[in-house]
Structures are given as structure tokens and as C-alpha cells.
Design a binder for this molecule. Structure first.
Ligand code: CO8
Length: 260
């Protein structure tokens, strides 16, 4: 199968651009997550790489979030393996020493929003058709504590509480207003803006910046890192329940119908 991630590393700037290219909607399957983690790990180990820009090569969509088919009708073992990969992605990105910028050039629900939230800075295309948010409750599922924590660290408690209970998806200007993204630009300027922003962040002594980032995020990361097995068990128990499987099935039907 063709690679789901394209990484272009510019030695002269120390900045890598990672393009998500898993048609149609960059949903996060086990295979996709595994590739993504390997890609990030490689860059992380390369001391000459200081910055990472994440964007999508699919039209209209940054990432549709977790691949729902990975959570529907699968064995508990497979669900567990999948969830470990989701954890791994979050731990790698949220804990990255690199400067990370999300260039959100399309819709970014649920896991796509989570991926954006792990970055240091978010730039979104100002297309009112695009939306971003943690919409889990709309699928009848519950965002795990570390999804919640990541959003809370960005938006604060009150806004997160409302956003999560209602499973709100925000258009770009709403997202900017609540701080879910940091900047809106016309879509064709998203990558140049991300590179310009990166230049500003690169001007700060790397060691001081990276330690500061790590100090800010460590308590949140430790909470999952020291509880991974319990979190997997909890996920598998939850997702394999008949009632939850039924909700997911209905949601997938709705996605397909909406299309026709
Ligand atoms: N997983 C699998 N397939 C998907 C997903 C997905 N997340 N999203 C879309 N698809 C499929 C569609 O079913 C459709 O398939 P088909 O061609 O067979 O009909 C195809 O991709 C294209 O989708 P659309 O026609 O809808 O494409 P659009 O460009 O119109 O819209 C969107 C793109 C906005 C991304 C839209 O597809 C959408 O809203 N998708 C659903 C996104 C979503 O709700 N994701 C939530 C995933 S759950 C998650 O990430 C966190 C779960 C935490 C678990 C906690 C449990 C304890």
C-alpha cells in the first residue's frame, strides 16, 4: 500500500513538513497511526530537525479523527492494539521536543482536533465550511480524560466543559474566538504562514523552549503514561458494549446517508 504520510525535511531550515495523505479523509486507522508514529519518531531522533508542520494533502479535510471502522465490530484484542496506537500518537506529539505547528487546511473533528491540539500553534484555513472540535458525545461516546486534559490546557475549564458535553464543532471564526486555533488565513497562505510562524519560534534558544514546553505538559503526559494499560482496558470495555456498538453503527449509517 502507498505511504499514508509524506515527510519532507528541509536541512537548511531544520523544519519538516508532514502531509497526511490517506484518502478519502485521513482517518486514523491502526496502519495510519503506526506510520505516523514512526515518522515522528524518526524526526525526533534527528537532532537537526527542530520544527514540524503537520498538514493534509486531502482536499477539505485535515483529519476525520479516529477511523470508526477500527472501533466497530472488532475483537477486544484488536481494539486494544488500536487504542495503544492512539495513545502512542498522542504521547509522541504532545511530548515532542520539536516545535510543532498544525496547518489545519480542512475539517478536523474528534481525533483530528486532538492531533491539532497537541501542537504548539494552530493555523486554520478561514473557510466557513470547515469545522473543528471534540464531537465525541455526538457519536454517543466519551472523550477520554487525556483528550479532555489536552483541550482544557488550551481553552480552560469552562469552555472545555461546554464544548465536550455538547460535542461542539466550531467553524474557523468561532474556533479562533475561543482559542481553539491561534490564527486564520486564506487557505492558499496556510503553509507559508506556518513557515513564517516557525521562524519566530526557531529564534528562541531551543533548549530553554523545549524544557519549558516539557514542564508545562509533563503532569498531563504522566497521567496517561503511568496508566496506559488501565486506559486501554477501560476503552476496550466501553467500546465493545452492545449499546456503544449500536450508537457507532447508527452514526456510520448517518455519515453515509448524509452523502447521498
Ligand atoms: N472513520 C471512518 N470512515 C470515515 C470517517 C471516520 N472517522 N469519517 C468519514 N469517513 C468515511 C465516510 O463514511 C465516507 O465513506 P463512504 O465513501 O464509504 O461513504 C468517506 O469517509 C468520505 O466521507 P464524507 O463523504 O463524509 O466526506 P466529507 O468531505 O463530506 O466530510 C468529514 C468529511 C467532515 C471529515 C466527515 O466525513 C465527518 O464528519 N466524518 C466523521 C468525523 C467524526 O465524527 N469522527 C469521530 C471519530 S471518533 C474519534 O476520533 C475519537 C474517539 C474517542 C473514543 C473514545 C471512546 C472511549
Amino acid at each position: 500500500t502507498s505511504p499514508k504520510i509524506d515527510v519532507e525535511f528541509d536541512q537548511s531550515t531544520g523544519v519538516a513538513v508532514m502531509r497526511l495523505q490517506s484518502p478519502p479523509v485521513n482517518s486514523l486507522s491502526l496502519e495510519f497511526l503506526t506510520e505516523l508514529c514512526i515518522g515522528v519518531e524518526k524526526l525526533e531522533m534527528d537532532k537537526s530537525c527542530r520544527g514540524l508542520i503537520i498538514t493534509s494533502s486531502q482536499p477539505k479535510v485535515f483529519s476525520a479523527g479516529l477511523d470508526i471502522t477500527e472501533m466497530y465490530g472488532k475483537s477486544p484484542e484488536r481494539c486494544g492494539e488500536f487504542w495503544r496506537a492512539v495513545q502512542e500518537m498522542w504521547l509522541k506529539l504532545y511530548g515532542s521536543n520539536m516545535i510543532t505547528i498544525a496547518a489545519i487546511n480542512g475539517s478536523s473533528p474528534a481525533g483530528g482536533c486532538l492531533m491539532s491540539l497537541t501542537c504548539d500553534y494552530r493555523i486554520m484555513a478561514d473557510n466557513p465550511r470547515y469545522s473543528i472540535g471534540l464531537n465525541e458525545t455526538q457519536l454517543g461516546i466519551v472523550a477520554p480524560f487525556w483528550f479532555m486534559d489536552t483541550m482544557k490546557n488550551t481553552l480552560g475549564h469552562r469552555t472545555t466543559e461546554v464544548a465536550l458535553q455538547l460535542g461542539l464543532l466550531y467553524n474557523p471564526s468561532e474556533a479562533l474566538k475561543i482559542g481553539l486555533v491561534d490564527q486564520l488565513v486564506p487557505e492558499d497562505q496556510i503553509l507559508t504562514t506556518a513557515k513564517q510562524t516557525m521562524t519566530k519560534w526557531l529564534a528562541i534558544p531551543d533548549h530553554a523552549r523545549a524544557i519549558t514546553k516539557s514542564m508545562m505538559r509533563k503532569p498531563t503526559i504522566d497521567k496517561l503514561a503511568s496508566n496506559r494499560d488501565a486506559d486501554i482496558k477501560h476503552f476496550v470495555n466501553f467500546i465493545t458494549k452492545d449499546s456503544i456498538q449500536k450508537s457507532l453503527g447508527m452514526y456510520m449509517e448517518m455519515l453515509k446517508k448524509r452523502r447521498g
